[in-house]
Design a protein around this ligand. Structure first.
Ligand code: ATP
Ligand code: MG
Length: 413
């Protein structure tokens, strides 16, 4: 792609995470290309190209399942009234579509280590901001005045955490000071964008460390306010344990090359809030089933205001939660039906998590573990209700059947 752009008379560089990661000897997650061709011109060079984004217009070039992002150099707005670059009252950059040169582009990038350009022309790394020095020192330093840069885009604060954890870099002291100061501004970010960021944060393979660091900087409470509240109630007890175990398990799964699902983790984040709210409702006389449904609705409605979990995620979370009550029914035909539930596995894993962290009797989780492994015959035995024994041998004669109880219409016998 770089050569093709060059052949068409444009300059083109690799930039950002891929250069940073290659310098560390790591495999980049993706490749970002930057060029002096504007989006319309990029579209003319590549056949499989789509222009995306309003806030930040760029080109996506598709190669089968691969997508390479190609951006045009950004520059400063020519005047305060330039519609292509818009700031809000808090200094947040709402739109950034003023094109420029590489020398201008570098200043709008976030961290110095993310502002290194790889030039195919002479295989050199172009560095205007002393990013190589910070890279060697494993430092995350914002370009320019940290507070201004965080105000422009508060998401840079969670990016700082994400990179610090992923790369094992330190966040520069001035950035830290600014972060503590303006952490609350994160709440001005649209909930849909925060959802995208939350996914990157927690499905990265370093979810536990990320969680701890986000809390340290007061950022976690903006993303998951109800979770933060429930943590404040019981810092050393069971709720935090469940959450930590869920984060740990998720990291371990990724390390083992297994898949992880966002809904499972978010179900763990909000489980305590649902429980607390439901218990409160039950104490006021609401039937248990209704109380749990209502509590789940309320907690989710509140959550999506800050981080817009999409419907397919919240639906799956509800299923995981409502399965928890269903695991109590071990006798009769219910277990054989429950095991075919599409979310059974996730529900069972969640039950195990609760069992491990003192939220439910471990014997229940063990039973369901055995039940899944058992043969059909053994499953039938396991689900037979225990006989009430009187101790003495039954005096009943063979063939004796108790008389059927009379039922009245409308009764639920
Ligand atoms: P990774 O892809 O490994 O998560 P990255 O650094 O490549 O990390 P991207 O989101 O792919 O992150 O962005 C590519 C580059 O664009 C960044 O390295 C940075 O230079 C710039 N960039 C991205 N987001 C911002 C932002 N919010 N503010 C300023 N610059 C940004
Ligand atoms: Mg990238």
């Amino acid at each position: 792609m770089l050569y093709k752009l060059q052949k068409e008379g444009y300059s083109a560089y690799l930039v950002g995470g891929c250069v940073r990661d290659l310098l560390l000897g790591r495999e980049p997650k993706d490749f970002d290309v930057v060029t002096n061709a504007d989006p319309e011109e990029i579209k003319k060079v590549f056949r499989n190209c789509r222009l995306i984004g309003r806030r930040f217009r760029l080109a996506h070039v598709h190669f089968g399942r691969e997508v390479i992002e190609v951006a045009t150099f950004r520059g400063p707005a020519e005047s305060k009234n330039d519609e292509k670059q818009v700031l809000n009252n808090e200094g947040r950059l709402l739109r950034d579509n003023v094109y420029g040169t590489i020398e201008e582009d570098v200043w709008r990038r976030d961290f110095t280590v993310n502002a290194l350009y790889y030039n195919i022309k002479d295989f050199s790394v172009v560095d205007y901001v002393d990013g190589m020095t910070d890279h060697k020192a494993a430092q995350l330093k914002l370009i320019g005045d940290p507070e201004t840069r965080f105000r422009e885009d508060p998401v840079r604060m969670i990016r700082a955490v994400r990179f610090a954890v992923k790369l094992g870099f330190n966040i520069d002291h001035d950035c830290e000071v600014a972060m503590h100061k303006v952490a609350d501004l994160l709440s001005s970010i649209p909930s849909a964008r925060l959802y995208d960021e939350a996914i990157k944060l927690f499905l990265s393979g370093y979810a536990l460390q990320t969680f701890e660091m986000l809390r340290h900087y007061g950022l976690f409470q903006v993303l998951f306010p109800a979770t933060e509240q429930s943590l404040a109630v019981e810092e050393n007890g069971y709720p935090k344990q469940l959450l930590i175990k869920a984060l740990e398990n998720s990291d371990n799964r990724i390390a083992d090359g297994k898949t992880v699902t966002a809904y499972f983790l978010f179900a763990a984040f909000l489980w305590e809030s649902v429980q607390t709210s439901a218990k409160h409702k039950v104490s006021r006389g609401v039937p248990e089933y209704v109380a749990y449904q209502d509590a789940a609705n309320e907690v989710i409605a509140q959550q999506v205001k800050s981080t817009a979990l999409p419907r397919h995620i919240t639906l799956a979370m509800r299923e995981v939660w409502s399965l928890q009550a269903k695991f109590n029914a071990r006798y009769g035909s219910k277990p054989s039906r429950l095991i075919t539930h599409p979310r059974f596995r996730a529900g069972y894993d969640f039950l195990c998590l609760r069992a491990e962290t003192g939220g439910v009797d471990p014997e229940l989780a063990e039973w369901w573990g055995k039940y899944q492994e058992a043969s059909e015959n053994d499953q039938r035995k396991m689900t037979q209700p225990p006989r009430k024994s009187t101790g003495a041998k039954s005096p009943r004669k063979r063939g004796y059947r108790p008389r059927a109880k009379k039922t009245t219409p409308g009764s639920d016998v």
